[in-house]
Design a protein around this ligand. Sequence first.
Ligand SMILES: C[S@@+](CC[C@H](N)C(=O)[O-])C[C@H]1O[C@@H](n2cnc3c(N)ncnc32)[C@H](O)[C@@H]1O
Length: 212
Amino acid sequence: MGEGDGRRDDTSVGRPAAISDHFLFMRKFFKHRRKIASIWPSSRSMAKACISQVDFSRARLIVELGAGTGAITQAILSQITPHTQLIAIERDADFFRILRERFAATADHIKFMQGDVVHLPEMLRDCGVREGSVDAFISGLGTPSLPAAAQQGIFKALAWAAKPDGVFSNITEVPLYYLPFYRRHFRRVQFQFVPLNIPPGGIYHCREPDRG
Ligand SMILES: C[S@@+](CC[C@H](N)C(=O)[O-])C[C@H]1O[C@@H](n2cnc3c(N)ncnc32)[C@H](O)[C@@H]1O
């Protein structure tokens, strides 16, 4: 990565995820199941695939949903340039604390928000987000399994805040199963398989949200 382009070296962004973070993830998964949605944080392959549709040379604003302990946040920050802002949203208080500590040194690029995506439109407004200004929503949520109110929060926020050519990229651990769900909400949906993850999964890259 060139020094002059303002991007950060992968190793300079946050400390690596501690193994204790992984076990915290596992404990929470067995306690809360669907609220956490995954037994283990995303692998580097999954994180890389999740941001593969973002044009970092042009992006000004990226919103990450369900940031967890920061597996995907780290990948975003390794690519981010000085002109790009990241808003990272996480509901769980323990994950949120880890996230803030881990990325404290990059606080000029990130706004952390602790909260539920049920309130996503209000949270984005509170952060000063303007209509049609978000280049990419990067989601670690199990969106199809969320309660209806949370799904509504996400799709309302997308319809209002996404740029016309913006992307919504969402991880999954059930390859292709939710394709009909995403096709109901977006005109263009592309699935990317990611074998190197626990468990193997993939990403739905979605464009042109239903604004009806
Ligand atoms: C599958 S984990 C992904 C974590 C991280 N992005 C990763 O890839 O390792 C889903 C994350 O979304 C968070 N989450 C679940 N429901 C949420 C909601 N309604 N609002 C905000 N965050 C939520 C969970 O606490 C968890 O950290």
